[in-house]
Design a protein around this ligand. Structure first.
Ligand SMILES: Cc1cc2nc3c(=O)[nH]c(=O)nc-3n(C[C@H](O)[C@H](O)[C@H](O)COP(=O)(O)O)c2cc1C
Length: 153
């Protein structure tokens, strides 16, 4: 039997989150709590990134050096370097830690600005129940408002 890559199985027209999460897995735990369809970017930069064929939002933690340089994880940069992935990106969710002050969720801010899409939500570490609910409801609303659900036959 043919095994489809996860991104094809997820081209369902439903709200979808593509995310990167390091070994600390805060972002992974948050995304799983939302129950939203999701695809994980591989931890190893050498691995091939998923290729998206339908609209999705990118959920990305910040990993800055002092001064904020290099805050976007290289795995997420590699994923976004694929033209199809930039084409289907409709928004960004930022993960971070407010201890970083002005640099809170700086990676998500940079991606949103560079790719010309809105920064929809920010959350700290693995997020609160309120964050989970905001993302669940907010993504449904965003998909409706932007006509991202496929037209029914
Ligand atoms: C070295 C390092 C640098 C970080 N830099 C930032 C930062 O600039 N801004 C921010 O909001 N959070 C920053 N964080 C916090 C992480 O984004 C936060 O812990 C996030 O939940 C990690 O997600 P993950 O466990 O899924 O990889 C940093 C964490 C580390 C370890």
């Amino acid at each position: 039997m043919e095994t489809k890559p996860p991104e094809e199985m997820l081209a369902t027209g439903q709200p979808t989150i593509v995310y990167f999460s390091s070994v600390s897995e805060n972002t992974h735990k948050f995304v799983q709590k939302t129950g939203v369809a999701n695809v994980r970017i591989p931890l190893k930069t050498a691995e091939e990134p998923p290729i998206m064929h339908a609209p999705y939002v990118l959920c990305v933690p910040s990993y800055g050096r002092p001064g904020g340089a290099g805050s976007i994880p290289p795995q997420a940069v590699k994923f976004l370097n694929q033209p199809q992935n930039r084409e289907h990106l409709v928004g960004v969710i930022g993960a971070g830690n407010t201890n970083f002050g002005d640099l809170y969720c700086i990676a998500a801010e940079k991606v949103a600005t560079k790719c010309g899409v809105p920064l929809l939500f920010k959350f700290e570490l693995m997020g609160t129940q309120e964050d989970v609910q905001k993302v669940q409801e907010g993504l449904e609303e965003f998909w409706i408002q932007n006509s991202l659900y496929p037209a029914s036959a």
